[in-house]
Design a binder for this molecule. Sequence first.
Ligand code: CDP
Length: 224
Amino acid sequence: MSSANRPPLVVTIDGPAASGKSSTSQMVAAQLGVRHVDSGMIYRLVTAARLRAGGTSESWTEQSVLEEAGRVSVAPGATSFEPLLDGEPCEGEIRGEAVTRTVSLVAQMPRVRAWVNALVRATASVHEIVVDGRDMGTAVFPDARLKVWLVATPEERARRRIVQRTGRQPTSAELAEETRALEARDAKDQPQTQPATDAVWIDTTGITQEEQVRQIVLLARERR
Ligand code: CDP
């Protein structure tokens, strides 16, 4: 196929919680000169919209979540998409504890997954993208030009999450608590967290972020 006929570039980067998908995807997208889409951010947005509507999460129905999804949008920026709730930026809210605790529940709902997937596919129909999540290379973009599966040990993922949040290394008690929380979320997300059979696996435990970004950019340029 000539380059004029090739579909727009889609690179998928999937993996478990805190495996470094989002920061890696951002850097890869910047180096390729395309936009980054964070599908987890969209699940977080829908969850924040439902939280604003109130009620305990045990009573949330799929329909009641979908009714709030209309308040969610993403605005294309220079290198990524900004999360908006009722038209307003809401980055702090969607990264907060309440959303993190309930997002996996919302992400189990099949019609919510279909809604998020449609939004992600719509961005790829007009932009070249690097997209990260859990099922981007399987359910959403089975024909992506490059698929990456990022892994790291649970302790290393927990350590990175704490450094990201606090700017310092964790104590051993904090590390144990965060590892436990990540493993619990991994268990809930397990059904939709699977590598594509044709994904390239990168274990990031022992390598720097620059190195993992370099490897992915190299592969993407070969396939572009
Ligand atoms: O950054 P982290 O891996 O901790 O989470 P995230 O990417 O912000 O995703 C938040 C939540 O959204 C996950 O815990 C999943 O429940 C859900 N998610 C999903 O089900 N499928 C995706 N493609 C992306 C996220």
